[in-house]
Design a protein around this ligand. Structure first.
Ligand code: HEC
Length: 191
């Protein structure tokens, strides 16, 4: 697990305002399968930004749920290239998540050859995330402020998990085993 140094030094006053400090090990949660997403501060003794840790934990959980859903649908319901791909179904689910104000999430290409250009990484965070994840990281995030509110932008790797993926994305065959061909990119309110 790699802790991605974040530009959250900028937010130190906010941490202090919260005045809820705890040591990282107390917050560590090893129950999730998505170990790649950091859930503890880099060094013992560093004040923990609890709201940020909670948001990361939420992203880790929802990322696991989405990915399990995509795999289950592909395994059980997608047999021909004319069937509705899980990616298409989940983009609808992502719209619902956004409409409900839960979070924003995008299915993003990391190969340079997307099925749908709409899924190309946008300049800025998405491109930075794809660059980092293509180098072999499983996770990347950044914290930023918009209209006075703090948000976590996070990206998690999507590898070619099933041979079936190649049915509709023939170029995935060229991907090294375990290499990311896409990312899920999240924007979540830190609260
Ligand atoms: C039945 C065909 C089909 C299968 C099987 C399929 N996909 Fe897709 N995939 C699509 C289509 C179509 C899109 C474009 C969806 C859109 O944007 O509306 C897409 C989009 C994507 C994207 C976003 C980038 C892009 O190419 O537009 C990723 C990443 C992706 N799929 C990964 C996977 C993975 C991983 C698997 C295997 C678990 C998989 N796909 C299986 C058809 C398929």
């Amino acid at each position: 697990m790699r802790f991605t140094p974040l530009p959250f030094a900028r937010f130190v006053p906010l941490w202090c305002a919260a005045s809820v400090f705890a040591l990282a090990p107390l917050l560590a949660d090893h129950s999730s399968g998505a170990e790649a997403i950091p859930d503890k501060a880099p060094t013992t003794g560093t004040p923990v930004d609890e709201a940020l840790q909670r948001t990361r934990k939420q992203v880790r959980m929802i990322d696991g749920i989405y990915k399990h859903g995509i795999v289950l649908i592909t395994e059980n319901y997608v047999t021909e290239d004319t069937d509705m791909p899980a990616g298409v179904a989940f983009k609808k689910l992502f719209e619902a998540a956004k409409d409900n104000g839960w979070h924003e999430v995008r299915l993003i290409d990391a190969t340079g050859e997307p099925y749908n250009d709409e899924n190309s990484p946008l300049p800025g965070f998405e491109q930075r995330a794809v660059d980092v994840i293509k180098k072999g990281e499983a996770y990347y995030d950044e914290v930023f402020t918009e209209d006075g509110k703090r948000y976590l932008r996070a990206a998690t790797a999507i590898p070619v998990v099933l041979p079936k993926c190649v049915m509709c994305h023939p170029h995935y065959e060229d991907a090294a085993p375990g290499a990311a061909i896409g990312v899920l990119g999240y924007k979540s309110l830190i609260e």
